[in-house]
Ligand binder design. Structure first.
Ligand code: PMP
Length: 405
């Protein structure tokens, strides 16, 4: 088979691969615990379901404008005003198939071949691959002090005349940390001074814990949206637990949205009107769905952290938000791929190797599941790694046998 050099260089999404592996094991009847998932267990908000059902009942399911139906765009304008205190117009919004397609279209629109895009480690697995897919060069900046908090001192040596954009994801997948407002302010000022785009992937921005908030980059720009370098990506997947509805959006200058619309028009025409109707229902309905999900996640996070703190050798930086935490397992194995495979095989627990996020020696554990799965999942990991645990345990009839790494 002959495929393009570029396509053959793109890595498989490890999180999607693990989802498939877990599903296959479950089909075979294995009692797999999935601590790898990037989606919660909730049902979609009723307002979203009713809105999509009403549209379906009309039987009038056709193409929409490429950048989205105007009622959804208006709902996004309102969401931006209410949650970001930022006044924008519908021409500053383009709706895409999830934040993933929004990011890809944006990078395609911004990046020339060999342009560099800076990404902070730990990073969401798709950023480097997407940058490569538009012939750009991902430049990874890893905090020097071993924390998950990058600083301007880490960033500045990585900036060159080829730097086109910086991607920021806070609260962060996979670490769960919120970057301090002072750092966001420095980034905004730096990018606006240097003419570098600052892409804020805000997909988890309201899923934050302990009364913390996530600073909006808009707060620190004095420039009008038409001139500012700040671009915001958001969507319904994570906030409302509506991952399968595939709706995300970009907020940028009118000029940039117009070019992104041409790109999207030539690749996917538009997102489905049914799913746009669902997103509109979610955004305009009762917002308690977000708070319910947030509370569930905070509770699950507390359970997971409590268990991990009692786990000898595991170092944990408690997450401030998202669905995830990224404990350091180097005391057990420095190779996270090996460790993750071992845990899947021996303990039937899905974890995602930190290597995939640019943080070797760590595992990403998701608490976007049930408390029971969080508790039993960590117990099984402990059993598999602790040399003093019994060699065999039973899960129902199924015997798990532990041997050494
Ligand atoms: N950005 C981040 C940081 C994510 O974690 C994800 C989903 N895992 C996305 C973007 C993509 O979200 P969507 O489902 O809207 O495509």
């Amino acid at each position: 088979m002959s495929v393009s050099k570029l396509a053959s260089s793109i890595l498989e999404s490890p999180t999607l691969r693990l989802n498939e592996e877990a599903a296959k094991l479950r089909e075979r009847g294995e009692a797999v615990i999935h601590l790898g998932a990037g989606e919660p267990k909730n049902k979609a908000p009723i307002s979203a379901i009713l809105s999509a059902a009403a549209r379906l009942n009309t039987g009038d399911i056709k193409y929409t404008p490429t950048d989205g139906i105007s009622s959804l765009k208006k709902a996004i304008v309102r969401y931006t005003e209410e949650n970001y205190d930022k006044i924008i117009g519908p021409d500053n919004v383009i709706v895409s198939q999830g934040a993933k397609q929004a990011l890809f279209n944006l990078l395609y629109t911004l990046v020339n071949p060999q342009d560099e895009v800076i990404v902070f480690a730990p990073y969401w697995v798709s950023y480097p691959e997407m940058i490569k897919m538009v012939y750009g060069i991902p430049v990874i900046v890893t905090p020097e002090d071993g924390t998950f908090y990058p600083t301007m001192k880490d960033l500045e040596p990585a900036v060159s005349s080829y730097t086109r954009a910086i991607i920021v994801n806070s609260p962060n997948n996979p670490s769960g940390v919120i970057y301090p407002p002072g750092f966001i302010q420095q980034l905004v000022e730096f990018c606006e001074m240097k003419g570098i785009y600052l892409i804020m992937d805000d997909i988890y921005h309201k899923l934050v814990f302990d009364g913390k908030t996530c600073a909006s980059a808009y707060k620190f720009t004095t420039k009008d949206i038409e001139l500012s370098k700040v671009i915001v990506i958001n969507g319904i997947s994570k906030l409302y637990g509506m991952t399968g509805f595939r709706i995300g959006w970009t907020i940028a200058s009118r000029q940039l949205v117009a070019v992104m619309t041409n790109v999207q028009g030539q690749t996917s025409t538009c997102t489905s009107i049914l799913l746009q109707a669902a997103a509109e229902g979610a955004l305009t309905g009762l917002q308690s769905a977000i708070e319910t999900l947030r509370l569930t996640l905070e509770n699950n996070r507390n359970v997971m952290i409590q268990q991990l703190r009692a786990f000898n050798g595991v170092k944990i930086n408690p997450p401030d938000g998202t669905y995830y935490c990224l404990p350091d397992f180097r005391a057990y194995n420095k190779n996270s791929v090996e460790l993750s495979n071992f845990l899947l095989k021996k303990a039937l627990v899905v974890t995602v190797p930190g290597k995939e996020f640019g943080m070797e020696g760590h595992l990403r554990l998701s608490y976007a599941t049930t408390v029971k799965d969080v508790t039993q999942g960590i117990e099984r990991i402990k059993w598999a790694l602790d040399p003093t645990s019994p060699n065999e345990i039973y899960i129902g009839e199924r015997k798990l046998v532990r041997d050494w790494l």
